[in-house]
Design a protein around this ligand. Sequence first.
Ligand SMILES: CC(C)(COP(=O)(O)OP(=O)(O)OC[C@H]1O[C@@H](n2cnc3c(N)ncnc32)[C@H](O)[C@@H]1OP(=O)(O)O)[C@@H](O)C(=O)NCCC(=O)NCCS
Length: 174
Amino acid sequence: MHIARLRPDHRGRLGELLVETGAFNADEVAVALALFDASQAALAAPASDADDSTDYEFVGAFEEERLVGYACFGATPATDGTYDLYWLAVDPAVQGRGIGRALVRDVEQQLVARGGRLLVVETSSRADYAATRQFYARSGYAEAARVRDFYAPADDRILLTTRLTTRDGGAATR
Ligand SMILES: CC(C)(COP(=O)(O)OP(=O)(O)OC[C@H]1O[C@@H](n2cnc3c(N)ncnc32)[C@H](O)[C@@H]1OP(=O)(O)O)[C@@H](O)C(=O)NCCC(=O)NCCS
């Protein structure tokens, strides 16, 4: 398995992957692909034409050149060294083999190299997100804030964070 930046020709497989996870509805898949298109367009544009869409970056995990997972992240506007991890997905056929962890660590390492301070992930309190919360907890992310009933009654918005520069055994030391 290796990790590399996504290119425009990965779009088709990215769409398949998002559907295969079963975790995202049609609207969410469309948003994820729209962000990808915007990021690729921004990368292709001359630097002076780049707009906010460069705030979304994509890295993929590949097994024998097949895309099996990806992460989307970017600088949080109007902050000093804070980044958002917007999206993370691993092909169900290869989940539980460390690919999600490897993607998160790759993002963390890139951000440490840029002087990033804080990485933020947003998730839901719903029971069907328990595995996702467990994944982030095992990866060193802790609850920093919670907005009760944000998404719906009894469906809280949870902000998880990890410090990029101080955590022992995490991004800063790898
Ligand atoms: C969440 C997700 C990215 C995890 O990817 P993965 O490759 O399966 O995870 P890893 O194999 O790297 O696991 C890393 C750690 O998380 C834990 N973990 C992963 N999936 C878990 C699950 N379903 N239940 C409990 N713990 C889990 C593992 O035990 C491991 O911990 P450990 O090494 O300390 O024992 C993947 O399950 C996924 O794509 N889910 C659907 C989409 C999603 O929920 N995305 C995140 C929100 S956008």
